[in-house]
Design a protein around this ligand. Structure first.
Ligand SMILES: C[S@@+](CC[C@H](N)C(=O)[O-])C[C@H]1O[C@@H](n2cnc3c(N)ncnc32)[C@H](O)[C@@H]1O
Length: 216
């Protein structure tokens, strides 16, 4: 039996996303720069839990609340954050962005990686309103993923990815950054910074500058 086999035995529900393994370090580098040292962070769509386990271990003075709509993913998150046990991560929350209010807690940051292209546009709208509601004044929303800019794809690989996404579900798709920015502005979130990331992805940072003015 290999070391991998025994890990699989100990963590039968632990999922593994190769993309999360590839992008976790570049994303961590941005988070290290932009998160306050003792930030309380809500992660939306935590997926397997690889990211939250990595970020919480690397940033031990921050505190993380992972969340997921999918129950199998929540079991995976629990296993990723449980071994080795991380004292700065809460148990995963059952959270579908469409169902608000998300939480009575308030956070310094909301992090959402690779969700908005793989869910309907209504999820992006709900994400903006929900994030604005749970963020402290001047809190930060961090998004990561592929985007169209100025109405066009930024790379042929993103165009192929979009075709694949639409084939999976016609409501999914690589979003226009400007349209995302407009929804954010409606929710009182102002675009602060865009960081170009490997593989034609972007980190996009919004700052809460006002209360949401179009709750829905
Ligand atoms: C491509 S995965 C990304 C997971 C993880 N953030 C990562 O980067 O590895 C997309 C995730 O979005 C979640 N998701 C889709 N629709 C959602 C919704 N309405 N509310 C919350 N999460 C949602 C899915 O369950 C899935 O885990």
């Amino acid at each position: 039996m290999s070391a991998d086999d025994s890990a699989a035995d100990r963590h039968p529900d632990r999922g593994f996303a190769p993309s999360a393994e590839r992008n976790r370090e570049p994303i961590l580098a941005v988070l290290r720069e932009v998160l306050p040292p003792t930030a309380r962070v809500l992660e939306i769509a935590s997926g397997t839990g690889q990211h939250v386990a990595h970020f919480a271990a690397a940033l031990p003075t921050t505190h993380w609340q992972p969340s997921e709509a999918d129950a199998a993913m929540r079991r995976s998150i629990a296993q990723w954050i449980g071994d080795p046990p991380l004292s700065n991560v809460a148990r995963p929350l059952a959270l579908d962005v469409h169902r608000r209010p998300w939480s009575s807690e308030r956070f310094d940051a909301v992090v959402c990686i690779n969700m908005i292209h793989i869910s309907p546009w209504s999820a992006t709208r709900a994400l903006m309103i929900g994030a604005s509601e749970v963020l402290q004044p001047a809190g930060m929303l961090f998004l990561y993923g592929p985007y169209r800019r100025g109405g066009a794809h930024t790379a042929p690989s993103n165009e192929r990815f979009e075709a694949w996404l639409r084939g999976q579900n016609p409501e999914w798709g690589v979003r226009d950054l400007e349209a995302v920015q407009d929804l954010a502005a409606d929710a009182g979130l102002t675009l602060e910074r865009i960081v170009e990331m490997p593989a034609n992805n972007l980190s996009v940072l919004f700052r809460k500058t006002a209360a949401a003015n179009r709750p829905q």
